[in-house]
Design a protein around this ligand. Structure first.
Ligand SMILES: [Zn+2]
Ligand SMILES: [Zn+2]
Length: 193
């Protein structure tokens, strides 16, 4: 929170804007063109998403990997899955999409190119209704991505990193510059591989 002030200050205006955007009463691109919102992203790049949701696209997979292009082409990265939230290694596990799968992909347009970003895949124990995976889909568990510095966030949103082949989206290299923040029942903790 230190970099950007209190959480409320940066999330509340976006949800109001998003509602107006969905009603069609404002044109995000026209009215807010070139307005830098945070960390170098411009509001017309968000495509109506909240900053917290947009930030999750392209972030590192945890215990999972893509096997092909489609959103459902996924596999666990290791033989024995480990829940990214509670550390559980036995029982049932799922490969959760963050943001959730129904949100699809996110097209990020930058001065350095256009990138179709996929949600992060996160190993969570349980099922769609049980365990940590169930908690995530019921909203009890929340997952955010936080950049360590404004400079790192700017390198992401500007397309600077994404335009370089060694900086693949969803790669583990991103943990050098940021971390996930899990929150359940008002308790928050960080996750960094
Ligand atoms: Zn778990
Ligand atoms: Zn899920």
């Amino acid at each position: 929170m230190g970099l950007y002030g209190h959480d409320d200050n940066r999330t509340r205006p976006f949800s109001r804007q998003r509602r107006a955007y969905l009603r069609g009463s404002i044109s995000f691109g026209r009215i807010n063109r070139d307005r830098v919102v945070i960390g170098g992203i411009q509001s017309n790049q968000l495509m109506g998403l909240s900053i917290d949701k947009a930030r999750l696209y392209g972030m590192p997979h945890i215990g999972c990997r893509d096997t092909a292009k489609g959103l459902d082409a996924t596999a666990f990265a290791a033989e024995h899955p480990r829940c990214a939230c509670c550390g559980r290694t036995n029982g049932r596990h799922n490969r959760h999409h963050e943001p959730p799968r129904s949100n699809g992909t996110f097209r990020l347009e930058t001065q350095n190119g256009t990138f179709e970003l996929r949600p992060a895949l996160i190993d969570l124990c349980g099922s769609g209704t049980t365990g940590c995976h169930g908690d995530r889909h019921s909203g009890r568990l929340r997952i955010r991505w936080e950049w360590d510095t404004a400079e790192a966030e700017h390198r992401w949103w500007s397309g600077y990193w994404l335009s370089q082949p060694e900086h693949e989206p969803n790669g583990q290299w991103l943990f050098k510059y940021g971390r996930y923040v899990f929150t359940r029942d008002s308790v928050s903790w960080e996750y960094r591989a």
